[in-house]
Design a protein around this ligand. Structure first.
Ligand SMILES: Nc1ncnc2c1ncn2[C@@H]1O[C@H](COP(=O)(O)OP(=O)(O)OP(=O)(O)O)[C@@H](O)[C@H]1O
Length: 552
């Protein structure tokens, strides 16, 4: 499409796409309003005719084209209009250039649209009433205005219900006024449609909007459901990629909620076993008496309550992968049986006399320092070496601060009610970035969900909706009580149960038995819930749990 690029003091301030006809002048009704007293209210019109674009003067004094003033003239590619203190350069689009062989050689081609015609990824920044916020811009663009059904809702009283659209075309972003009452201004000029160059500020009423390029790394495709732009995580992905097709035993180390299970799933998905089952077993969530039968199965009548034969996780995972989460919690007496499964590829159901061959690949994970467990005599050294052929270390979220923003955006987009586009305020994102995330990505995910509950009516999430599920150093009963009230309101029964267990773990410094007594539930239920909801570190301080802190 042909366009006019407007310059002032040598600086290109806006580009306007030329459709059938545009009027340029001082009057607000013009398609391009230039605030210059040297111009007439309607200075000139540029219109398309069968043979090409024409400039038609409307001032009666002539409009300067190149060196002389004209009443009417065809426009050639590169023609220069002088409009008071403004200069406008006429440029043909690629389609018109192809039609016009006369001009083909003389034409200075516009830079090709990046990425084969796809407008570059950008975020739309909006400043209103002293607050700045940031919206992701869908590939098809966004409607902006005061009505609640716009993609970006403005609160400024001088904005129209449907004020403008930001839309892509020909690999570039454009702003189009939707017939607003007070107009859409770009660099001080009222426009009906203009290209939105990086850094150019659009004014709609008192609101200011501009585009901010999104660094490609932010949009790096997720690796098997894991998004990250951190170098250490890229190394984890690379290692997973290389080790997945092999049979090497992998143990994944990392604090709770860092994404160890996702790494294990990635190892499975990228292996030759991807079509066979992936069976996760959380060794800390199963009562000690049941782990053996959970892992290896049992024969009918093997113990009281075993009223039928049960296949264990190893058999279920035959041909696939068994994921032993929290391997550091595996009781010592079961460790030789696991070693046997690893070394001989066979398991024996509880109560069985003969072993069964299994071909499950083992991937283990732990938030503990397994070496320290070995030194403390809680973990067999031979099993340690057999499991940790390839150790994979997943860094905590606080060691990859550049991941917080994109993950917060991703979780918000996933958790937002269908059809509702929500945005973080810049202040909320800054608050998220400043936090140290003892519960890692899982805690960030929960924080985003809570922020959705507390966001109020608006589409922009304020910093006040960001509350941290963390009482380190608080020690004030009032604060704890306030948190409880906040969390219970509007939560599901499951969320309330989770909260009750979490707070009890804190009160009892992580002692499971004390929690069971306080809440009058079985310890096995406490263990199960802890595993299910990733509460392992609750009440025990941030990070890896110190050795010797298990009470029971
Ligand atoms: N890089 C990531 N991108 C997107 N989601 C992630 C990422 N890392 C973790 N998550 C999400 O965070 C939550 C916790 O991840 P996961 O269960 O894999 O952690 P974990 O380290 O195994 O935790 P635990 O030690 O408590 O079992 C999950 O909901 C997971 O989907």
């Amino acid at each position: 499409m042909a366009e006019l690029a407007f310059f002032r003091h040598g600086e290109e301030l806006l580009r306007v796409a030329l459709g059938e006809r545009i009027a340029i002048g001082r009057a607000p009704e013009c398609d391009v309003t230039l605030p210059d007293p040297a111009l007439s209210r309607v200075q000139a019109v540029v219109e398309r005719r069968a043979e090409g674009y024409h400039l038609v003067d409307r001032s009666g004094r002539g409009t300067r084209l190149g060196r002389g003033a004209v009443a009417e003239s065809p426009l050639e590619d590169g023609a220069e209009l002088h409009l008071g203190g403004w200069r406008a350069l006429f440029r043909l689009g690629p389609e018109e250039q192809a039609d016009d062989t006369r001009l083909a050689e003389a034409t200075v081609a516009r830079p090709p649209a990046p990425d084969g015609g796809r407008a570059p990824p950008v975020r739309l920044k909006v400043r209103e009433g002293g607050l700045e916020r940031s919206h992701s811009l869908p590939p098809g663009g966004a409607a902006v205005g005061k009505d609640a059904d716009n993609d970006v809702v403005l609160s400024c009283p001088f904005a129209s219900s449907r004020h403008l659209r930001i839309e892509p075309e020909g690999g570039r972003w454009w702003v189009r006024d939707l017939g607003s009452t007070n107009g859409t201004r770009l660099g001080g000029i009222a426009v009906s449609r203009a290209e939105l160059l990086p850094g150019a500020v659009v004014a709609a009423g008192d609101a200011e909007l501009w585009l901010e390029p999104v660094r490609e790394e932010r949009l790096a495709p997720a690796f098997e459901g894991m998004s990250s732009r951190d170098l250490a995580m890229a190394q984890v992905f690379d290692l997973v990629q290389r080790v997945a097709p092999t049979e090497a035993a992998v143990t994944i180390f990392g604090e709770t909620g860092t994404g160890k299970e996702l790494v294990a799933r990635a190892l499975h998905a990228r292996s030759g076993r991807a079509d066979a089952p992936f069976i996760p077993v959380n060794c800390s969530a199963i009562a000690e008496t049941l782990i053996e039968s959970e892992l290896f199965g049992h024969e009918k009548g093997a113990f009281s309550g075993a009223d039928r034969l049960r296949r264990g996780a190893f058999e279920e995972a035959d041909g696939g992968t068994i994921f032993l989460d929290e391997i550091g919690e595996l009781p010592l007496d079961l460790q030789p049986k696991l070693l046997r499964a690893l070394e001989l590829g066979e398991v024996k159901r509880v109560g069985a006399s003969r072993p069964i061959q299994v071909r499950a690949r083992i991937v283990a994970a732990t938030h503990r320092d397994l070496r320290a467990q070995v030194r403390a005599g809680r973990f067999r050294e031979d099993l340690y070496y057999r499991l940790c052929v390839v150790p994979v270390n997943v860094p905590p979220l606080r060691a990859r601060p550049r991941d917080v923003r994109p993950l917060a955006e991703e979780f918000l987009a996933r958790a937002a009610p269908r059809g509702l586009s929500l945005a973080w305020s810049e202040e909320a994102l800054e608050k998220l970035e400043a936090y140290d995330w003892p519960g890692n990505v899982r805690q960030l995910k929960n924080t985003v969900q809570r922020a959705l509950l507390f966001r109020g009516e608006g589409r922009v999430i304020p910093a006040s909706a960001v509350t941290f599920d963390d009482t380190r150093g608080e020690g004030s009963p009032e604060r704890g009580g306030a948190d409880e009230v906040l969390r219970v309101k509007g939560l599901t029964m499951e969320e309330i149960e989770r909260e009750a267990i979490r707070l009890s773990l804190r009160r009892n410094r992580g002692r499971r038995m004390a929690v069971a007594k306080e809440l009058a539930i079985a310890k096995s239920t406490v263990m199960k819930r802890i595993g299910q909801w990733g509460l392992h570190a609750e009440g025990r301080g941030a990070g890896v749990v110190a050795e010797g802190d298990d009470e029971e």
